[in-house]
Design a binder for this molecule. Structure first.
Ligand code: KIV
Length: 263
């Protein structure tokens, strides 16, 4: 069994080896990913792939806690990150109250919050009160309605400068690591080079300190849409649909159950 990562070992991995982060929403998949992933993210993306909603905004703290508990049950030896859902950290008091709830009710190792310079004070407040924080900068899925869509960042000089400022601000506020989403690869490289903590990319090219993918994208289970940055390591949807069809056929033809499946 791999040794569980810690905040220190995650920080020390910068410049040594890329970090592997995957999402999981339940014990079953968390257990399957445990030996491959350095960190398991209980992402609020579960609201889309798991709950069938059009974006992440309606996920609730209670849902995130439920799924984080399940992931921690399945992957007892993994570093687990719980995404703080939209609206649960709009000010530092709420952020602390809600993060404490996550820490008290689950075995999550840290929380993740979306935002850069604008969230630096909130992050510092959490860190000062014993909550480990992973930041999420760049394209922020929780801002999709506010921004009118998912917009790749780092396309202009102004965005490049702001991204570097965001990375430095959250580092200074005390995060041990950050997710950088949907950023032009050359700018993402600069962002990673501008800080001393790991920058884990998603849609941010190869020159960062690790990668994260949403598991249902990576396993080809989510068919609604496939962003350019996703590589499907399995044709999961076809495999699952095929298995379900085989089962249905065998039930209908009475080929299942056979003697070996019968008491
Ligand atoms: O919710 C999620 O799965 C995430 C990833 C996209 C990084 O935040």
């Amino acid at each position: 069994m791999n040794k569980k990562m810690t905040i220190t070992s995650i920080q020390k991995s910068k410049g040594i080896r890329p970090l592997v982060m995957m999402t999981a929403y339940d014990a079953l998949f968390a257990k399957l990913f445990e030996s491959s992933a350095d960190m398991i993210l209980v992402g609020d993306s579960l609201n889309m792939s798991f709950a069938g909603k059009k974006d992440t905004l309606s996920s609730t703290l209670e849902q995130m806690i439920y799924h984080t508990k399940a992931v921690c049950n399945g992957a007892k030896n993994s570093f687990v990150i719980c995404d703080m859902p939209f609206g649960t950290y709009t000010n530092k008091e709420d952020a602390l109250k809600n993060s404490i709830k996550v820490f008290q009710e689950t075995d999550a190792d840290c929380v993740k919050i979306e935002g850069g310079q604008d969230k630096a004070q909130t992050i510092k407040h959490l860190v000062d009160n014993g909550i480990a924080v992973c930041a999420h900068i760049g394209l922020l899925p929780q801002s999709v309605r506010g921004e009118g869509g998912y917009k790749v960042k780092g396309k202009t000089e102004e965005e490049r400068i702001e991204l570097i400022k965001d990375a430095k601000a959250v580092e200074e506020a005390g995060v041990f690591c950050m997710v950088l989403e949907g950023v032009k690869a050359d700018v993402a490289k600069e962002v990673a080079q501008s800080v001393d903590i790991p920058v884990v990319g998603i849609g941010a090219g190869v020159d960062v300190d690790g990668q994260v993918l949403v598991f249902s994208d990576m396993l080809g289970l989510f068919e609604e849409f496939t962003p350019k940055f996703v590589k499907k390591y399995l044709d999961g949807a076809s495999l699952v649909r095929g298995a379900a069809q085989s089962y249905a056929k065998e039930v209908q033809s009475r080929d299942f159950p056979k003697v070996e499946h019968t008491y």
